[in-house]
Design a binder for this molecule. Sequence first.
Ligand code: FAD
Length: 396
Amino acid sequence: MPKTALIVGGGISGCTAALTLSKLGIKCTVYELRDVPATIGGAVNLTPNALRILESLEVEISGCQCDAIEIFSLATGSKIAELGFKGKSGPAKRVERAVLQRGLLEAVERVGVGIIYGAKLVEVTELGGKVDVKFESGSSAAADFLVGCDGIYSAVRMSYVEPERKPIYTGMCTAYAIVQKAGVTSDIHFQQTAVNSSRFGALLTSYTDPEKTRIYLGAVMETTEQCSRDGWKTRGLDREMTAKEVQRRYATCAFACLPELIAKAEDWIFYPVCKLGAGGRWSKGRVILLGDAAHGMPPQGESTGLAIEDPVLLAQVLAHFPDKSLGAIFESYEKTRRPRIDTAYKEAVFRWVNVKDKSWLWQKFEEWLTWMYIWYRADFFEKSMAYDIGKERIIE
Ligand SMILES: Cc1cc2nc3c(=O)[nH]c(=O)nc-3n(C[C@H](O)[C@H](O)[C@H](O)COP(=O)(O)OP(=O)(O)OC[C@H]3O[C@@H](n4cnc5c(N)ncnc54)[C@H](O)[C@@H]3O)c2cc1C
């Protein structure tokens, strides 16, 4: 069993890796690019399986329980379908990413793993049974192995594991904002979380807290020109243009609350949605990639859960084969993990193609098709939600 690990990236998979690996007695240190924990980020869906893992790791997260995602037609106001989480798997939860990040960081602090902020990884090398990393500041660190949890723009992947595997822009952007429910006078048409489907993309609306005081708006929009990556928080004119674009696409609709919510949203955050190509390499030598660094895909309601599952499985494989080489452990991890990731990837890419702008007739056809698709895939969704990584059979 390796004794020390460097974890690059203190986001969702990085913090989870710190928790699962330190439970095995591996001494971990997390290196995070940002100077302080990120406070931006919209609301993410935590699937029942992800919630069970967080509970087992004693990570407390406050959010809005989600028994079902309601799907509405923006044009007619009719409810097209409902994707329920009421089966064997139990409810999901919609949480603000910053709340999830905070919960994970508190748990990491409790187990005594150190996080070094302002550490931008720039170089990875291997020498004498150790892996060495260099940071932009000039400092360096070494350990038995390195876990790259540095997201879709992973420097670990692009500087070492597979430099040619670069993020691909999907042609879609997301703009999101949070609105305080107090002061909204129109009736809210959804119970917990809804997708409001239109010819010009989809608007996700959801409460994000147990008391239902905060409403998240997430607008998906086809945009041929890729917005800048550092436009996470758009400035000045950009922000105004984003607000106008959201208005243009979604404010004329069958629901009175949507124009009001859109008008009350002050701070739109705009970001390009990227993915990695299918497949790809996940490890090289003493280095392994987890989360978006390995399998970045457009958000499809399960992406955060997948980033939480990865480090749990890695720890299970390490515990299962304490005497095997790192190469054999990484190979076993990958063989065990690939099928679930490949399925989720195909589903995510398929769903994103369908939110692109379309004709009035095609939208009508799709609305009609949606309930059939959800009915047909109900068993698949239920199985995916009820999936328990702890019961995964490890393939040698
Ligand atoms: C600030 C932020 C906001 C987000 N908001 C949303 C959202 O609203 N909706 C959504 O669906 N997804 C969002 N995501 C992406 C989402 O968190 C991931 O898709 C998913 O949770 C997978 O998690 P991850 O840990 O693999 O990657 P991430 O959550 O992206 O975490 C990667 C971490 O690595 C750090 N990092 C990057 N490069 C380096 C480097 N060179 N050296 C050291 N550290 C590095 C990043 O700062 C980050 O903390 C956001 C990600 C971030 C970082």
